[in-house]
Design a protein around this ligand. Structure first.
Ligand code: ADP
Length: 196
């Protein structure tokens, strides 16, 4: 009884668990997120990406100290999500959404963040290709790159224990229902805390 009280108290202090959303480009992460943010106003938040605010040297030092959950370099610029940025969102009693690639997922696995890991996958490579083509955001070259990365992503995501929930985004409403189910407990916690 006492232990349960303490552990509840500690987890309430830390704020709601963040949510890692991963999956190939074109799987439907933004589409699902948009629905979620629309239905649950004031429940979710986003961490601020770090790269605008610090110099390269400061960021490299922080990465070395392990203060980043994930970081990457694109065309000479460093980007990353710091632990502090996620904690700031949690402290506001918001569920922090982290839209992160497979490498980022593996990095976060080594931290004590304790998020809910959700993988969004397309029903098939053919469907993914069609959706990416219809989205009209890709050149032929980037499309081929994304399809290749998707194949790798789909394989790795099946690794037992890597994700808490694996959602195949075939029918959008069904996929959205599964996403909501996976997050319901945290959503309820946010609402309970706001109402108490
Ligand atoms: P991601 O954010 O993972 O890159 P998007 O949300 O942009 O993917 O989705 C890719 C494309 O597929 C978009 O044009 C979107 O409208 C479409 N789409 C997403 N989910 C579905 C679905 N369940 N059925 C049909 N089209 C979908």
């Amino acid at each position: 009884m006492y232990v349960r009280f303490i552990s509840r108290f500690l987890s309430a202090m830390a704020g709601p668990r963040p949510v890692v959303m991963s999956g190939p480009s074109g799987a439907g992460k933004s589409t699902l997120l948009k629905k979620l943010l629309k239905e649950f106003d004031g429940v979710f938040g986003f961490s601020v990406s770090h790269y605008h605010y610090v110099t390269r040297e400061v960021m490299q030092a922080d990465v070395a100290k392990g203060e980043f959950l994930e970081n990457a370099e694109f065309s000479g610029n460093m980007y990353g999500t710091s632990k502090a940025a996620v904690q700031a969102v949690q402290a506001k009693n918001l569920i922090c959404i982290l839209d992160i690639d497979m490498q980022g997922v593996k990095n976060i696995k080594r931290t004590d963040l304790n998020p809910i890991y959700v993988s969004i996958q397309p029903p098939s490579m053919e469907t993914l290709e069609k959706r990416l083509r219809d989205r009209k955001t890709e050149s032929e070259e980037s499309l081929q790159k994304r399809l290749h990365a998707a194949k790798v992503d789909m394989e790795i995501s099946k690794e037992p224990g890597l994700f808490d929930v694996l959602i195949i985004n075939d029918d959008l409403d069904l996929a959205y229902g599964k996403l909501k189910d996976a997050l319901l407990e945290e959503i309820q916690k946010v609402r309970d805390t706001n109402n108490s």
